[in-house]
Write a protein that binds this ligand. Structure first.
Ligand code: GLN
Length: 211
């Protein structure tokens, strides 16, 4: 059966689980390698990438997660999850010993963390997003101290951009089975009602090899 795993170490795990289940697919929280083995795709949630990086290493999940990505399994990262998927961080945080944060990598992009600056720490906007069902209708996107994609390899497709200071910045990208968004489609719901589900639906179609 097709199950979607949600990395459940930190961040907005419940919101992703709710969105996946609203799409009619079983969601499985993933905290250990044995749970990763039970899922056909994985979501890396939004939260704090430095904390997730530390917990991934403490739970000895770096290798299993990198193997999962290298095997070509579908992975979707939102916000902090985009940072975890990136091969490079323009401005990595350093811990007390001066060690830069690490990523899992796999997606040939350079991300800039907290890229939108102080005035725009948190904002909402409507985006044109390629490849969604009903793609005439914009995606209402919530950005919370979000990264943007500063550079990307030729095989990386930009699916949505935000124009900042005269430059279009990619905020949704896909490369093969890897999908990443700077924003949080999982948090646009009201109460227990999920709002925007089309990004999760796209990811589930990728898992079923229909997109
Ligand atoms: N700024 C956070 C980070 O660097 C990401 C914020 C988010 O996921 N909402 O990890």
């Amino acid at each position: 059966s097709q199950r979607v795993g949600v990395l459940a170490l930190q961040g907005d795990v419940r919101e992703h689980i709710r969105a996946v289940e609203a799409c009619g697919v079983t969601a499985q929280p993933v905290r250990r390698a044995s749970e990763l083995a039970e899922v056909s795709g994985l979501i890396l949630p939004g939260g704090e990438s430095t904390t997730m990086d530390k917990l991934i290493r403490a739970f000895e999940l770096s290798e299993p997660l990198q193997d999962f990505i290298a095997a070509g399994r579908p992975v979707y990262g939102s916000c902090a999850g985009m940072i975890l998927l990136a091969d490079r961080i323009a401005d990595p945080a350093k811990d007390l010993r001066g060690e830069p944060q690490r990523t899992l990598g796999g997606l040939d992009i350079t991300v800039r963390r907290n890229a939108f600056g102080r005035q725009r720490e948190s904002f909402e906007t409507d985006l044109d997003f390629k490849g969604l069902s009903d793609s005439e209708r914009p995606v209402h996107a919530v950005f919370i101290r979000a990264p943007w994609v500063e550079e990307s390899g030729v095989q990386v497709q930009s699916l949505a951009t935000v124009r900042i200071d005269g430059k279009d910045r990619a905020v949704a990208v896909r490369s093969g089975n890897l999908l990443a968004t700077s924003f949080h489609p999982e948090v646009t719901g009201q109460g227990e009602m999920p709002g925007e589900l089309r990004v999760h639906e796209l990811f589930i179609r990728m898992m079923k090899q229909e997109a």
